[in-house]
Design a protein around this ligand. Structure first.
Ligand code: ZN
Length: 419
């Protein structure tokens, strides 16, 4: 496109459509027939088809805008979806047809190429919000466990080199605002106003377009790793193990020892592999909610504040230091987290590899039975992460052998900042 052409192109204000014509593909959230439910159209190539606010790819939509600005991406590019269909089928389940059961993702998101084939053929730019593929993963701790004999090689789930075969799904957030608001016990208008005002006015349609109720928020999504037969997940005669893991780049990727994130993730993967080898399925849900969804800058500020406070890093001040900086202890909001479990048709979790009372409560309140909660083995907790573990146990985390008292918390101390 030439500079001249670009300069004369009018700006399309999504907040004020040229004609107040009804949305051409209305969304009827929870409708049983996906054709009647309607596709989620957040693409920008054909503005007249759009039926939601925001656009695809979550936080990465900003990079797409940058690519267009830099001249490296044709803004009218329509993805060629040949051979991109999911490798494993998930659903549909009855939970997909309850408008309030799944409110923060599109259960049909992986299947758009199939269920909206006619619309796509007719030129409607409908994009999947879920992609499902297969992979082999090789993690040093799992390889070591195989070498020590703790996990056996079966040639199917675990290969001779300690690599594991997985199915994995990537999920973009799709929020049906009336039901999201209801989860938090607030009015949709309150939610829309806060989302508009506290993102610096990012989506004016939140205020001006009362005919649109679905938002593709510019936030991180989820990745789900499946060990074993995906088809066995809703089968109540088969064992199901799950870990819900919230992103922690410092520990998950770089092995930082101030928290238990990677050791607990590894423990979750081991439990998933063993469940799959017993004929069931193991599932790791990995949520992009870095630093309790406060972000990594806030997290590192908290680390400094914790280690520099009088008396050093102490379990009794663990949550207080976060609250001083962020204003809250946690922004992960487990209210929306069970959606992904209902997408998989889960009714019962045999082994929940998590000690979080917030996650446990959200899951059981959403109608899923949890048979057993699996703690991180004590010998997997890094010394410097005792502060976190004791503080969390005292605050309500699952503690098989009792929670520490206030006096105990004062005694649990971490390493100094410069040590
Ligand atoms: Zn961590």
């Amino acid at each position: 496109m030439t500079e001249k052409k670009r300069a004369v192109k009018p700006i399309v204000l999504t907040s004020h459509p040229s004609a107040r014509t009804p949305v051409s593909y209305p969304i009827q959230w929870g409708e049983r027939d996906p054709k009647r439910r309607g596709p989620i159209i957040g693409t920008l190539t054909t503005p007249e088809h759009r039926n939601c606010m925001g656009t695809h790819s979550g936080a990465y939509s900003v990079y797409r805008a940058l690519a267009v600005a830099a001249g490296s991406l044709d803004p009218l590019h329509v993805p060629d979806l040949t051979n991109t269909a999911p490798v494993d089928r998930i659903g549909p389940f009855d939970s997909w047809y309850e408008p309030k059961r799944i409110v923060s993702m599109d259960p049909w998101g992986a299947d758009v190429g199939e269920v909206f084939r006619d619309e796509i053929k007719a030129g409607v730019n409908i994009q999947p919000t879920i992609a499902i593929t297969r992979a082999h993963i090789t993690m040093p701790e799992i390889v070591e466990e195989v070498r020590r004999g703790g996990i056996s090689v079966d040639g199917e789930i675990v290969g001779a080199n300690g690599d594991c075969k997985v199915t994995k799904a990537a999920i973009e957030p799709v929020w049906f605002l009336p039901a999201v608001a209801e989860r938090f016990g607030i009015a949709e208008s309150e939610l829309r106003r806060a989302l508009f005002e506290h993102t610096g006015g990012m989506f004016p349609e939140l205020i001006t377009r009362s005919d649109l109720h679905v938002l593709l928020p510019p936030i991180g999504g989820q990745t789900v790793y499946f060990f074993g037969e995906v088809a066995s997940i809703p089968d109540l005669t088969k064992e199901l193990t799950i870990r819900i893991h919230d992103e922690c780049n410092g520990s998950d990727v770089f092995g930082s020892d101030i928290c238990t994130c990677r050791p607990y993730l590894i423990h979750g993967i081991e439990e998933c592999v063993k469940t799959a080898q017993r004929g069931g399925c193991g599932v790791i849900v990995y949520n992009r909610k870095e630093g309790r969804a406060l972000g990594e800058v806030t997290k590192f500020l908290v680390y400094n504040a914790r280690k520099r406070q009088e008396g050093g890093d102490r379990a009794d001040m663990y949550f207080h230091r976060t609250e001083c900086i962020a204003g809250v202890q946690d922004m992960r909001f487990q209210e929306l987290m069970p959606d992904v479990l209902h997408w998989m048709g889960i009714k019962r979790i045999d082994r929940l590899v998590s000690m979080s009372d917030m996650k446990y409560n959200a899951i059981t309140r959403s109608g899923i039975e949890v048979v057993e909660r699996v703690s991180i083995p004590d010998d997997r907790i890094p010394a410097d992460a005792r502060v976190e573990m004791d503080a969390k146990k005292a605050a309500g985390y699952f503690a098989e052998h009792g929670a520490p008292t206030e006096e105990d918390l004062k005694k649990t101390k971490g390493r100094g900042l410069l040590e």
